[in-house]
Write a protein that binds this ligand. Structure first.
Ligand SMILES: Cc1cc2nc3c(=O)[nH]c(=O)nc-3n(C[C@H](O)[C@H](O)[C@H](O)COP(=O)(O)OP(=O)(O)OC[C@H]3O[C@@H](n4cnc5c(N)ncnc54)[C@H](O)[C@@H]3O)c2cc1C
Length: 522
């Protein structure tokens, strides 16, 4: 039996690693286990979207990720020899990272593992969670070690980041609601030659009643996705089968070779009924799973981890109202996953479900017209980037009294980056690095003749609150103030996960007081 104050993170995929790093940044002791002896040799996810990179900046890994990744430029859609639309995906996102970054899941995990190691935690590999129980005081987890030894670990909180078949979710008896798509899908990581493909674009092509998708991956590898004819079984695929799909449904003139991974799989569209049971939480694929269309799974998991991480850390450090903080996790993140699951299913059905010839003609016409409209392209990019996610429900956003239809920088929505002048050096600085630190940031937009007195209100919040004054000297053109949509003096409180917690005009600090009282005081 092990008595431990460390949080147990089960599963060292991108979600578990992000959660463990976030907890360690706050000094919380962590154990992270993974039943696999080695990290996965193949990559499922291929790209990071803007909101994930915004969240990862605080973990100190973005320099390494940018150095290893490549920008994704466009999504090209066609039918046979005809390109129907070329949709830009690398521009127009309001973010310090305004592009999707092509970076394999294996590399992402490697960089996160190195960061966690630098924070003093090593993944315990070959260790499997086989059962758990909990009471009001603690969770007791049964762990099986590689040498056959079993350990009962007592921990204050347990996070199930153990993927789609989550042992934690099963042990908690939480239903994984949803369905399995009826068709069989094929995947191949291959080299392609005899083409003029742009290795920074995704190709989605349909022809002859079927669809093939090509995703750029690593330096010269392409990932091929295709759907098997209904009723053709689940036997392993071959490069010959993929070649046949590409010849029949793809852009033509492509020769596939050197497969590094071939797989046949079914797609699930599922959402856990609950994300929390007492002292246990679910995050990542353990909580939601959906079609890879849109490439959101890993990204949503990373953002779950960041949302849960700071709240658990506050509670463990004796800060804030435990119920407000911990109940807000499911209330905020489950609706986001519900939308992601629905949107991914819709994209999959539009792309892969072939209909009659007449339906294809209509689909082609719609894609040619709408797919080339800048407004449609922007909407798709913004949706995939997850930067416009808004938390509308739960006890935490309720403290800041969100408006009924929140816009960016309203309570529950994400903050924005902005430039300001460092009055000490005169240099221009960006707000985002400040918003990526461990504290809440209180941005005070002041006029020369109107400073906002917050010293009294901020008493007792210690280093959990950083005040940033943006006055006539640091924000001389009101550019930062405009980004937060104020036309006069006002304030915005931003959480460590860069979500707006509360905001108001200079003369009304009641929302600020309410939030600080419930969340930032010991
Ligand atoms: C073909 C395919 C393509 C995809 N493409 C994309 C994409 O482009 N973009 C994107 O964002 N997402 C994509 N995804 C989804 C993405 O891969 C997942 O969402 C992501 O891996 C989830 O991370 P996770 O950490 O939650 O779970 P996982 O990566 O599944 O990690 C869970 C970990 O838990 C461990 N574990 C399991 N059970 C136990 C136990 N009992 N005890 C201890 N350890 C345990 C496992 O060994 C594993 O390492 C794709 C998925 C697939 C299948």
């Amino acid at each position: 039996m092990t008595m431990n104050t460390a949080v147990l993170v089960t599963g060292a995929g991108p979600t578990g690693l992000s959660l463990a790093i976030t907890l360690r940044r706050y000094g919380v002791p962590v154990r992270i286990i993974d039943r696999a002896d080695e990290p996965a040799g193949v990559s499922k996810a291929l790209a990071l979207w803007s909101a994930s990179m915004e969240a990862l900046e605080g973990m100190g890994v973005m320099d390494a990720m940018l150095a290893e990744g490549t920008n994704l430029n466009s999504l090209r859609i066609g039918d046979g020899a005809r390109e129907l639309a070329a949709m830009a995906v690398g521009k127009g996102i309001d973010s310090p990272y305004p592009f999707p970054l092509l970076l394999s899941q294996a590399r992402t995990e490697r960089i996160l593992t190195a960061r966690l190691s630098a924070l003093g935690v090593e993944i315990e590999r070959g260790v499997e969670l086989t059962g758990l129980s909990q009471d009001e005081e603690q969770v007791s987890a049964e762990l099986k070690h590689p040498d056959g030894r079993t350990e009962t670990l007592h921990t204050p909180y347990l996070a199930g980041c153990d993927g789609a078949r989550s042992a934690v979710r099963h042990a908690l008896g939480i239903e994984y609601q949803g369905y399995t798509e009826p068709y069989t899908y094929l995947l191949g990581d291959v080299l392609i030659d005899g083409d003029n493909l742009d290795h920074q674009s995704i190709y989605l092509w349909w022809h002859n009643g079927g669809t093939a998708a090509l995703f750029p991956f690593e330096e010269s590898v392409w990932r091929v996705f295709a759907m098997r004819k209904p009723g053709s079984g689940d036997e392993p695929t071959t490069i010959a089968e993929l070649q046949e799909h590409i010849d029949r449904h793809g852009p033509g003139g492509l020769h596939l070779s050197d497969p590094s991974w071939l797989s046949v799989f079914h797609i699930n569209e599922r959402l856990a009924e609950r994300y929390r049971s007492g002292r246990c939480f679910l995050a990542g694929d353990a909580a939601h799973i959906h079609s890879p269309a849109g490439g959101q799974g890993m990204n949503t998991g990373i953002q779950d981890a960041v949302n849960l991480g700071w709240k658990l850390a506050y509670v463990l450090n004796g800060i804030g109202d435990t119920d407000v903080l911990l109940d807000s996790y499911e209330a905020e993140r489950r609706p986001v996953a519900r939308d992601v699951v629905d949107a991914a299913a819709q994209k999959l059905h539009i792309a892969f479900n072939s209909g009659s010839k007449a339906k294809t003609v209509i689909k082609n016409l719609a894609v040619s017209i709408f797919g080339n409209l800048p407004a449609v392209q922007k909407k798709l990019q913004v949706e995939l980037s997850e930067t416009e996610i808004v938390y509308r429900e739960g006890p935490l956003v309720a403290l800041g009294a969100p408006p009924r239809k929140p816009k960016r920088t309203d309570v529950g929505a994400r903050a924005r980056d902005a430039a300001f002048v460092d009055t000490a050096s005169g240099a221009e600085r960006r707000l985002w690095p400040l918003l990526s630190e461990l504290h809440h940031s209180l941005l005070l937009f002041e006029d020369a003749d109107h400073s906002i007195a917050v010293d009294e209100i901020a008493e007792g919040t210690g280093d959990r609150l950083r005040i940033v004054r943006l006055d006539g000297r640091s924000d001389p053109t009101h550019a930062a103030r405009d980004r937060f949509r104020f036309d006069g003096p006002g304030w915005v409180l931003v959480r460590p996960d860069q979500v707006v917690a509360a905001r108001g005009k200079a003369g009304d600090l009641s929302g600020l007081n309410r939030y600080l009282d419930r969340v930032l005081r010991a």
